[in-house]
Design a protein around this ligand. Structure first.
Ligand code: GDP
Ligand code: MG
Length: 187
């Protein structure tokens, strides 16, 4: 049995739904009044990926530290994937995603030197009063080097497992290719 440990970051402005997202994914529940904590929330989830492989996810939620972005280098270190989240009813949280992505890319990379793969999540898509269109999200996603984007609703449990499955798939592909190339170079 092979086990991979993946560190996945969940970043974005305050109040977009990061903590409820992680909580929903890990425990299957929606907490309307989840207290925003100060510091980083760590959550673990083990996945049986195949008969021979388990993936242990370490989710890092920058809980309540959104304004202290200059401390982020420590949080970002060693990450193999990142989820950048915004709230579709809050256009300023969408605009901030560019800064979050740039901040991440300027402070951390994969060991290969490549950018940490990021997916963009457009959360709260259950709400009617949207202020960000699908076209602008698509354009933004391409222009800023995100792998892809998805609409999510933590409230309605829409695309939560799917988004994380994609995240793990991307990170896992990277890990497998690293161990493969190390194997090739071994004398
Ligand atoms: P964080 O600051 O990014 O960690 O945001 P929280 O997880 O604390 O969520 C902020 C608020 O948004 C909470 O009241 C959540 O219940 C609410 N929320 C999170 N996801 C959704 C969603 O998909 N739809 C709706 N309507 N509310 C959500
Ligand atoms: Mg939070």
């Amino acid at each position: 049995m092979t086990e991979h440990l993946l560190k996945i970051l969940v970043i974005g402005d305050q109040n977009v739904g990061k903590t409820t997202f992680v909580h929903r994914y890990v425990s299957g529940q929606f907490n309307r009044d989840y207290r925003s904590t100060v510091g980083v929330d760590f959550s673990m989830k083990a996945l049986q990926w195949s008969d021979t492989e388990t993936v242990r996810l370490h989710l890092w939620d920058i809980a309540g530290q959104e304004r202290f972005i200059s401390m982020a280098r420590i949080y970002y270190k060693g990450a193999s994937g990142c989820v950048v989240m915004f709230d579709v009813t809050n256009s300023s949280s969408f605009l901030s995603c560019r800064h979050w992505k740039q901040d991440l890319d300027s402070k951390a990379t994969l060991p290969s030197g490549g950018a940490i793969p990021c997916i963009l999540l457009a959360n709260k898509c259950d709400l009617a009063d949207r202020s960000v269109s699908a076209e602008s999200i698509s354009r933004f996603c391409k222009a800023n080097g995100f792998v892809t984007w998805m609409e999510t609703s933590v409230k309605d449990n829409k695309n939560i497992t799917e988004a994380m499955r994609l995240k793990v798939k991307l990170a896992r592909t990277y890990i497998i290719s690293v161990s493969y190339s190390l194997g090739c170079c071994w004398p």
